[in-house]
Design a protein around this ligand. Sequence first.
Ligand code: 5AD
Length: 351
Amino acid sequence: MIAMTNIQLIDKLNAEKRLTEAEWVQIISTYTPDDREYARALAQGIAISGFGKNIFFRGIVEFSNYCKNNCYYCGIRGGNAKLSRYRLTDEDILRCCEKGYESGFRTFVLQGGEDPAFTDERFVGMIHKIKAAYPDCAVTLSIGERSRESYALLRGAGADRFLLRHEAADCEHYAKLHPPYQTLENRMRCLRDLKDLGYQTGAGMMVGSPYQKPEHLARDMIFMADLDPEMVGVGPFIPHSDTPFRDEKAGSVELTLLLISLIRIMLPRVLLPSTTALGTAQADGRKLGVLAGCNVVMPNLSPADVRKKYMLYNNKSGTELTARQGIELLRGQMEEIGYSVIVGRGDYQKV
Ligand code: 5AD
């Protein structure tokens, strides 16, 4: 059998929405600049036909940097004794939402470390307050692994969406990024429960994380084809100096952009953010993400005094800015490439 070219494989992905593991490995390990441009143009066209040149904004509120987990890549891991820890109060969080609402946000993302102080009761109370104040807004949780009962309770309280990157779909690779008590099995259980409970669910992974091979990324892509998530978050790995991965090299922006395009081709309606990590790795990274098929940007609404403490990786972009400045910067970047930011919840559109 004559092997297919990468461009033929991209066309096959577009037609069938799936590739075999060997086909994924081929593209990921042999792509050329022409292949990247072919995927990019196709993906951008798909995004424009689904969403126009419109970008959804989500406001992220980083409510706590306490974390009981110990992911080897992450700056807010529990084992990082150098980090000064903070928690926002309910009032702080509501103030962030208020500012965000005035700026046109209709989705609030509550993101934090796995902080035991944030009990189910506390989240239920928070969700009720946000929904009462802003009934036209979506609430997205990004709060890590919890029990099915907890996810059900929070969904019942009104949470609409949940972001939980799978981080690595290959068991051995997952184990290289996390301590033994954090298992891929539980991560997968969480994602299945979230989908099952009716959350619009987000998965995703870092590109170029330590020990990652093309086979691992191939498994990530196949896993996402099977899960059919409503959202996908992908960004390059960026080392953090107070983690075990301090001396590892950063992930490739080019490969990240290629994978973003392939995800758009595979999951045409997925909500796909151009991530902060992409904007940190390269100054125009978030614009390139949009041109590669992204349709979401997630500015930070956290209070200025805590931003530097929510450092998942070094030099995280936007930590010097106020919420307003960060929003205007991103809005300007989108306008520079002919896109506009729209006011609206931006829910996943089922067919
Ligand atoms: N580089 C890039 N992304 C990171 N994340 C955590 N640490 C890093 C890092 N060093 C990502 C993880 C997590 C998300 C919130 O941030 O994928 O799910």
